[in-house]
Design a protein around this ligand. Structure first.
Ligand code: ZN
Length: 188
């Protein structure tokens, strides 16, 4: 078990996730950009909607709420940040190791790191499903900003197009595309 001081250290570090606005939105000059925590929370809620017996639902929920935890230390590095994929992974891996140290390397801390690693390696069905949720949550958010600010955020859709694997998520994506088409037809 982590010590009370360790738990507090950990909470103070992950507070960064509440204060860090996601880079993709900031780069697009969105004033009311959501935080990394906002994004992970809605993914966790989305993971609750899993209706696929072949997936470990609890694991997906846990993975969703920790998958960006390393960003509390490494920051939100995007493909446009000028940092290579390898360097990004290295920085985030170091971040996760630091998180584990803050929590006194307790079994719970090791579980958090193992969930994060599984997500990053994307070799299990659960990790691939949560990766789908990550992209889907992002384009839903993009749609909400488009609607609120009367703008177009095409690059977010282009970067995820054709990359969704799970049939349920694909159906959600199709519906979102329909709603988006309607929105932009109405705006014209
Ligand atoms: Zn994410």
């Amino acid at each position: 078990m982590s010590t009370p001081a360790g738990v507090l250290r950990f909470l103070h570090v992950i507070e960064n996730l509440k204060r860090t606005k996601r880079t993709g939105w900031v780069d697009n000059k969105i004033g009311d950009a959501e935080s990394i925590s906002d994004h992970m929370h809605r993914m966790g809620v989305l993971a609750l909607l899993i209706n696929d017996k072949s997936l470990d639902r609890t694991k997906c929920i846990k993975m969703a709420i920790v998958h960006d935890l390393a960003e509390s230390i490494a920051g939100d590095i995007t493909p446009h940040s000028g940092v290579s994929k390898e360097e990004k992974f290295r920085l985030e891996k170091e971040g996760m190791d630091e998180v584990v140290r803050h929590l006194d390397s307790s079994p719970e801390a090791l579980e958090i790191r193992s969930l994060w690693t599984e997500y990053e390696e994307a070799t299990t069905e659960e990790a691939l499903y949560v990766k789908d949720l990550d992209k889907f949550e992002m384009i839903v958010q993009a749609f909400e900003y488009e609607k609120r600010h009367n703008m177009k955020l095409d690059t977010f859709y282009a970067s995820t197009e054709g990359k969704f694997r799970h049939p349920t998520v694909r159906k959600w994506v199709e519906e979102l595309y329909r709603e988006r088409e309607q929105l932009h037809a109405d705006l014209k």
